[in-house]
Ligand binder design. Structure first.
Ligand SMILES: [Fe+2]
Length: 241
């Protein structure tokens, strides 16, 4: 199994709380490459408000990194994306093309307040779907309401949402409770993506291989290949998973 796809990370330098410099971003890519990752969708944080144009600044920084990365890691593919903090302006911003989707597809990575209510989560996901987007909920393990009731994750998937969790949560770095919850999701095959959500080369680096080994051993080769490779490929082709 090779060619992992990382759909969530903060690798673009100096645009959010991720990489501080181009050199740090390149060191992150070096780690990602050594872990077997061959496709990276960069997802800087976006809290969009109507009339705000952050896209051009983000695209400039992304292009600069992409050119350097291509020289150093010709086998690694870099795509643009974003991690959207959902608000009532999100669908408007997407439709105005002011918020980057994942790899220029209809897939969007969205996050919410960890303490948000289920009905807010549900109506936001509905709004994105009605708007024509395929929402991927970032680090699903962070939402209190979902940790309390796994059935709600099922319901979100039935509505058309896709589910992402962080590699660090599987490793237990975000606490036992989150780890237990992610393992339950894996056991029931409710996860579509595991991503690094990496923010640096030392703190929260883009490590993934250990999780893949765990997933293969406990949940089977086929499902592991889906969540680390195949679903990402479908996403980039804008196909349904
Ligand atoms: Fe993130």
């Amino acid at each position: 199994m090779e060619g992992y796809i990382d759909i969530h990370n903060h690798i673009i330098p100096k645009v959010d709380d991720g990489a501080h410099s181009i050199n740090q971003a390149l060191r992150m890519l070096e780690i990602a490459f050594s872990e077997g990752i061959r496709t990276v969708i960069a997802t800087p944080h976006i809290s969009y408000r109507r009339g705000e144009d952050r896209r051009s600044k983000l695209m400039g920084a992304f292009e600069e990194l992409r050119i350097k990365a291509e020289e150093q890691f010709p086998e690694l593919k870099l795509y643009m994306g974003s991690e959207i903090f959902y608000s009532q302006d999100t669908v408007y911003g997407l439709q105005k093309n002011e918020i980057p989707t994942l790899g220029n597809t209809s897939y969007v990575l969205v996050e919410f307040q960890p303490s948000c209510e289920y009905r807010y989560l549900k109506s936001s996901i509905q709004n994105l779907i009605i708007g024509g987007y395929k929402p991927v909920i970032a680090h699903i393990e962070r939402y209190y309401v979902l940790r309390k009731d796994l059935k709600l994750v099922d319901e979100l998937i039935l509505m058309g949402a896709y589910i992402q969790s962080n590699a660090s949560s599987i490793r237990g770095e975000d606490g036992r409770e989150l780890q237990r919850f992610v393992k339950k999701l894996l056991k029931r095959k409710l996860l579509h993506f595991v991503a690094t959500d990496s923010h640096g080369d030392k703190i929260r680096p883009p490590r993934i291989r250990e999780c893949i080994d765990t997933a293969k051993k406990k949940y089977g080769d086929e499902y592991a290949a889906d969540i680390f490779i195949h679903n990402g490929r479908k996403l980039l082709k804008d196909q349904y998973i």
